[in-house]
Design a protein. Structure first.
Length: 256
């Protein structure tokens, strides 16, 4: 896969792709990957391939693999786990992946960089997800807006992948053992095409500069009432970034 999450230079290069993709986004300069899951249809596995074939039958009504993938700002895949069965929830499928285990154990310390995902994932300082709730403060709503701007890259990456490879339009007719590696190979070809000089969708480098974020103890202008004790315990980084966005006067743009 493209990219290198294990070095400072590699993570800086990855964050630059998000700065180019969404110029001016206040979270882009420390975002190194957008995470999500996709159900890849497969034929129903036999009992000779797995002791629990029913686990591959997902809630969408077909047999599948729950593929967890991370992409950069140019929609290139930088990590994928293709081993989870289709019935497994995204958060559980992610937790069993090698990358998630490295982040959880501290074997991979991304310092000020982080991944982003949707509300299916458990938030932490290394994986930021939206604030939950139907009625949010303007500070939390602004954070969710800017996070969503960046997270859409993984949705586009999946869309491009699926549209480009006809083998994904119907259940993969390979053994369970080889279906996952096929998906991984398609993702590598996907990256190769994006990097090709003939690829029309190549993104231009952004001219806009985004101020670097550093950990801060400052509070939002709205005051401490915005956050609960649990907010601080779950992810101090998400609180700090929400305060940074608020103190910069940034808000979700009006729909008018």
């Amino acid at each position: 896969m493209s990219g290198n999450l294990h070095s400072v230079d590699g993570r800086t290069a990855l964050s630059d792709t998000f700065r180019a993709a969404v110029p001016g986004n206040p979270l882009a300069s420390h975002t190194v990957g957008a995470l999500d899951g996709i159900a890849i249809r497969i034929r129903g596995p036999s009992v000779t391939e797995t002791s629990k074939p029913a686990e591959f039958f997902g809630r969408k009504g077909f047999f599948s693999l729950n593929v967890q993938a991370v992409c950069d700002g140019h929609c290139r895949f930088i990590y994928a786990n293709t081993a989870a069965p289709g019935s497994m929830h995204d958060s559980a499928a992610w937790c069993q992946s090698r990358l998630a285990k490295q982040l959880e154990s501290g074997a991979l310390n991304m310092l000020l960089h982080f991944l982003i995902g949707d509300d299916a994932f458990t938030v932490s300082d290394s994986l930021l997800a939206p604030w939950s709730g139907q009625v949010l403060s303007v500070e939390k709503d602004a954070f969710n807006f800017y996070l969503s701007q960046l997270r859409q890259t993984i949705e586009r990456a999946f869309g491009i992948l699926h549209a480009r490879w006809g083998v994904l339009w119907r259940p993969i007719q390979l053994s369970l053992r080889t279906s996952g590696p096929l998906v991984g190979a398609l993702m590598k070809l996907h990256n190769y095409i994006i990097d090709s000089p003939h690829e029309d969708a190549t993104l231009a480098q952004a001219a806009d500069d985004v101020s670097d974020w550093v950990p801060s103890t400052e509070q939002c202008q709205g005051g401490p009432r915005v956050f609960t004790a649990r907010d601080h315990t779950t992810s101090k980084r998400r609180v700090e970034l929400t305060c940074m966005i608020d103190n910069a006067g940034l808000r979700r743009p009006s729909s008018k």
